[in-house]
Design a protein. Structure first.
Length: 168
């Protein structure tokens, strides 16, 4: 009787411990509302690319051996490739967000055109960056650096636009 009880308790503990491993894989960042799927995938792709950058640094610092480096690089590379394929499959099927609306409260028509031109230029730079990265003409570090730079540039333009709306 005691042995059966011990076996039952042990089996319950083992089943409880292994339950998370038996669940199917879930994305760490789920799309909450429509139109955020692309953003979620982009964030996930960036995290995998940064993980690859981190393991390259750790390998160069001799913190991880060659075998572990190769396994981790293969793992994160496969994850990033899957996300990139998912992004390509999304294509233009996801609703395109409406263009930035510029209200009449801006100081002048010329100012509005400058803002729209600035946004269009940053979008163009981002598209070229994606193409360069897809064709492997730039490495991961350069991609991340330029992507962050262009994102900051776009945020600056949008902040300027918001300030002018408030002042107007």
């Amino acid at each position: 009787m005691t042995i059966a009880f011990f076996i039952l308790i042990t089996a319950s503990i083992v089943a409880y411990s292994l339950a998370p491993l038996l669940r199917r894989e879930e994305r760490w960042l789920a799309a909450v509302e429509s139109g955020t799927t692309r953003k979620a995938l982009e964030a996930e792709k960036t995290s995998y690319l940064r993980a690859m950058k981190d393991i390259e640094f750790e390998h160069a610092s001799n913190k991880i051996n060659d075998q572990d480096y190769a396994e981790l690089r293969k793992h994160y590379g496969a994850k990033a490739a899957k996300i990139i394929r998912d992004l390509e499959q999304l294509g233009d099927t996801e609703p395109v967000p409406p263009p930035v609306k510029v209200e009449k409260s801006l100081p002048a028509e010329g100012q509005r055109q400058l803002v729209e031109l600035g946004i269009a230029e940053v979008r163009e730079k981002m598209d070229r960056l994606e193409q360069d990265w897809d064709t492997c003409t730039i490495d991961d570090d350069e991609y991340i650096r330029l992507h962050d730079e262009y994102t900051l540039e776009l945020e600056t333009i949008l902040e300027k636009l918001d300030k002018e709306k408030v002042q107007g």
